[in-house]
Ligand binder design. Sequence first.
Ligand code: APR
Length: 240
Amino acid sequence: MMIVVFSGAGLSAESGIPTFRGDGGLWEGYKIEDVATPLGWMQNQKLVLDFYAQGFEKMQKCQPNAAHFAIAELANHFDVVCITQNIDTLLEKAGVKDVWHIHGRIDYQKCEWHFDIPPMYSEWQCNYKSPINKPVEWGDLCPKCGKHLRPDVVWFGEAVDMRVDDLYKIQNQVDVFIVVGTSAQVYPAANLLKFFQDVPTKYFIDPDPNYELLDGFTVLEGKATKYLPALIESLKEELA
Ligand code: APR
C-alpha cells in the first residue's frame, strides 16, 4: 500500500510557522524579490541572511503538531512518500524519515555557486552543501571554493529538483494521495496534483481550498490537525 502525502505551509501553521500568503505570512515586512530571489541575493546578501536567520530561529523553536505526528504514524503502517514544500523540519522532528524537501530546508547551507544544473556543467559549479545548527551569517565562506555560503532553499526563479525520475517510478503504484496545507499556486510543485490525478483515492485538507483544482479529491475543509489524524486512523482501519 503506497501513500503520497504532499504538504505546504498550512501543515506547519498550527505549530506557529506562518504561511506565505495568509495574514502575518512569512513575507510580512519583506518583499519576496528582496529576500527570496537570486537578484535579491546579489543586491543585498545581508538582508537575505537576516531574513533566513529569523526563519531559522523561529522554525527551530517550533514543535510538530498533531498533523505531523499523524503522518509519522501513517508511515509506521504503510509505504509513505512524504513530499513537502516546507523548509522547516517538523516532519523529521515528528519522526518521518526521508522527507522530500522540494524547496530545500532551513537546516542546510550551500555554496552560492551550487546550482542544481545537469552534471555536464559541473565544473562551473561548487557542490558544497552541509547541515547547520545555526543560521548562515554574513562572511561565512564556502570551505571548498571560497565563495559565500547561503541557505539551502529554492528561491523564486531557481530550478526546483522535483526528483522526476523518482516520481515516475512510483506514479502508477500510489493508492492514496493526500494533499495538506497548500494553496497549490506555486509551480512546478503544484504540478503534483496533475501528476497524481489518476490515483484512485485523493484527499485535500485545507480550511480555504481552491475547488477549481480539486477534481476527484475528497475535500476536507478545515485545519490539518482537525482532519489529518482522523483520516490517518480511518485509513489504518480501511487499508490494514
Ligand atoms: N491547516 C491546513 N491548511 C492550512 C492551515 C491549517 N491550519 N492554515 C492555513 N492553511 C492553508 C491555507 O488555506 C493555504 O491554502 O495552507 C495554505 C498555505 O498556502 P501558502 O501560504 O501559499 O503556502 P504554500 O502553498 O506552501 O506555498 C508554496 O510558495 O512562497 C512559496 O516557496 C514557498 O513553498 C512555498 C510555496
